[in-house]
Design a protein around this ligand. Structure first.
Ligand SMILES: Nc1ncnc2c1ncn2[C@@H]1O[C@H](COP(=O)(O)OP(=O)(O)O)[C@@H](O)[C@H]1O
Ligand SMILES: [Mg+2]
Length: 194
């Protein structure tokens, strides 16, 4: 998160400085071209930082997915001031790093969306673990949104969450409409050797 946010911000500032510098340059074609190249390089670096950061395994997972989600939900509650609760139904699942990381990042992105967009008073995260499947729900009592419009606008956050779920053999379903709150559900069928 820190790499993503702080390094991302520094690089964005650098990109703006390069643009500003370019506008102030005297009409030297070669120098202007160099400034354009610099800007493009910074842009590629920003993209890479995002990509690398999203693949890092969160340190919170050192103590297992359940305590990681407990920590995430508590921390989110403290920062956002919203009432938040985590609930586990069933036993703590044994997961691969890839599965645990994907689940953690999906919940993190969902909670960030609640804070940014929902105007909610509460958020609930529930993990239901059975021998045959994992079900993860993140719900809020906020304003909800028009999913058709979100699809039309290519919502990269939501697409990224779906993609993460798909990569671990799961599926992501969003239930939302204006005025009804939002719930994000991930279903992961379990086989041996997760
Ligand atoms: N929990 C939520 N409550 C209300 N609106 C939401 C929620 N989650 C997502 N949205 C809507 O869906 C859009 C797309 O979300 P996302 O792909 O994560 O993009 P971003 O968060 O960068 O805007 C948001 O801009 C917002 O309008
Ligand atoms: Mg988002």
């Amino acid at each position: 998160m820190e790499i993503h946010d702080e390094l991302g911000q520094l690089l964005t500032a650098l990109k703006m400085d390069v643009s500003l510098l370019k506008m102030r340059l005297p009409g030297d074609q070669e120098v202007a071209k160099r400034a354009d190249d610099m800007r493009e390089l910074v842009e590629r670096t920003i993209w890479m930082v995002r990509n690398v950061a999203s693949h890092l395994r969160p340190a919170a997972l050192n103590y297992g997915i359940v305590s990681a989600l407990e920590w995430l939900v508590d921390d989110f509650g403290r920062r956002s001031g919203l009432a938040c609760q985590f609930r586990l139904n069933g036993n703590e699942p044994v997961l691969s790093d890839a599965h645990a990381t994907a689940m953690f990042r999906i919940v993190q992105a969902s909670l960030t969306n609640v804070a940014r967009h929902a105007c909610a008073t509460r958020a609930d995260v529930t993990l239901t673990s059975t021998p045959t499947a994992l079900d993860l729900h993140v719900s809020d009592d906020g304003c909800g949104f028009d999913q058709e419009a979100a699809r039309r606008d290519y919502s990269y956050g939501l697409l990224g969450m779906s993609e993460r779920a798909r990569l671990i053999g799961g599926s992501l379903l969003i239930d939302s409409a204006p005025g009804t709150g939002t719930s994000v559900s991930i279903h992961i069928p379990l086989q041996d050797g997760l």
